[in-house]
Design a protein around this ligand. Sequence first.
Ligand SMILES: [Zn+2]
Ligand SMILES: [Zn+2]
Length: 153
Amino acid sequence: MAELEKCVECGKVMKDDTHAPYCKACDDKLDKQFDTIEDNVLIFKELLDSEIEILKKFETEDIEEFFKRVYKKFKDDGNLNNESLIVLNKLKSSFNLTESKMGLPQITVIKETKEDKLLKNNQCPGCEKGVQKDFNLCPYCGYRINKDFNSKY
Ligand SMILES: [Zn+2]
Ligand SMILES: [Zn+2]
């Protein structure tokens, strides 16, 4: 008798013989999480460690496709800035991806600075008080949050 195959995620015995690691329900659930992560990366330019853990349940090819889609979207939208490059670099290093293998040009390596980190946490890099990322200037200390903003005064 063949050994019973269990879902890697929930441990449920699977009756079908597709040899997939996950049962149908878990597969659907993971696919949804994958889509949510992709949205978060595109909208918030953020990739949490918990999200990386979820992505680790997928095949490398899935991650490569994910990377390519996100890269293309950033590029097409003219959003290939430091913030998005940090996310791409994080994704790249977490999954040992290489640009050449994915047919992409070399991605600029950006180190996340203290300033980037504070801004991501909605804190002013100048005084570390709570601010909104879309503020031009910090209302507390006048720090120029939006680097493209030119004060008229
Ligand atoms: Zn399952
Ligand atoms: Zn400030």
